[in-house]
Design a protein around this ligand. Structure first.
Ligand code: NDP
Length: 267
């Protein structure tokens, strides 16, 4: 039985992925800070495990416990993430740093901890949850894109570093998906934009989000399963509301044409 660690399993995409993989024959460890939420997943056979990805000791304890119990980690789904919005001029640097601590350093911290075991086993899958925000710089999403663009880049680097050890690195690029993220992110945006020179863009983003029909997280859970079961996985998988059309436009349009299209949505 394959052992999978899903980070950020207490809600949204991570929760859905943990349940879906457990229902499909995987031994799943669901990790997050809110252990009470994870306990509710035990009925699916998921093992709750406490983890704060920003804390080195917490990451070490989490990985060591799984290795002690299972002897291996076959798949790491780096899903834990934070997303809040605000103009780059408005968001305090410390808040930006906190976001990168989860979305970038948290991901790399876990990768560093699982790699020795995966290398020893000469196999493993590292699935990094990026976003369409890892390819598209949406106004008000500066710090989010800083982390997700970085995830896209480090995944490209890592893929070629660990290929020689039989390890695959896969990037998942979800579009709008129902989870706790939008609520948390929009709350922050409203607070930080109250007296902002960028209130027009903040209002535009709020309206845009209310117009998008977000996908159910199961869409992404299925994509993750598909990617880890592929004999020769693609480097990237996109899915969920607006993901494919947005990424296609980003690819074929010039920067300026894409800006025009994007900004027309803010009116
Ligand atoms: P949620 O807010 O619902 O879930 C985020 C998860 O991350 C929670 O389980 C939370 O658990 C966990 N988490 C946050 N901080 C930490 C931390 N320091 N240590 C450990 N776990 C942490 O959001 P989503 O399900 O939407 O997000 C999952 C991933 O999908 C993220 O990487 C996000 O960027 C990405 N994504 C989401 C999209 C969307 O539209 N929803 C679109 C594109 C990408 P807890 O608070 O209990 O620790």
């Amino acid at each position: 039985m394959k052992t999978v660690l899903v980070t950020g399993a207490s809600s949204g995409i991570g929760k859905s992925t943990a349940i879906y993989l457990a229902q499909n024959g995987y031994k799943v460890y669901g990790a997050a800070r809110r252990i009470d939420k994870l306990r509710a997943l035990e009925t699916y056979g998921i093992k709750p495990i406490s983890l704060d990805v920003t804390q080195q000791e917490s990451a070490e304890t989490c990985i060591n416990q799984i290795l002690k119990e299972e002897g291996k980690i076959d798949v790491l789904v780096n899903n834990a993430g934070a997303g809040f919005y605000g103009a780059l001029e408005d968001v305090p640097l410390q808040d930006g740093r906190n976001m990168l601590d989860v979305n970038l350093f948290g991901v790399l911290r876990l990768i560093q901890k699982v790699l020795p075991n995966m290398r020893k086993n000469k196999s493993g899958k590292i699935v990094n949850i990026s976003s369409i925000g890892g390819k598209i710089g949406m106004p008000m999403g500066g710090w989010y894109s800083a982390g997700k663009f970085a995830i896209e880049g480090v995944s490209d680097v890592l893929r070629n570093e660990v290929k020689q050890f039989g390890i695959d690195v896969i990037v998942i690029e979800p579009g709008g998906t129902n989870s706790e993220m939008e609520g948390k992110g929009m709350g922050f945006l409203k607070k930080v934009s109250e007296n902002s020179a960028y209130k027009n863009l903040s209002d535009g983003l709020i309206k845009m989000y209310s117009d998008i029909k977000a996908s159910d997280p199961i869409v992404i859970a299925k994509l993750i399963r598909k990617s880890i079961e592929a004999k020769h996985p693609k480097t990237r998988y996109a899915g969920g509301a607006m993901a494919k059309p947005m990424l296609f436009m980003r690819k074929i349009l010039s920067d300026k044409l894409f800006d025009k299209m994007l900004m027309s949505q803010f009116k």
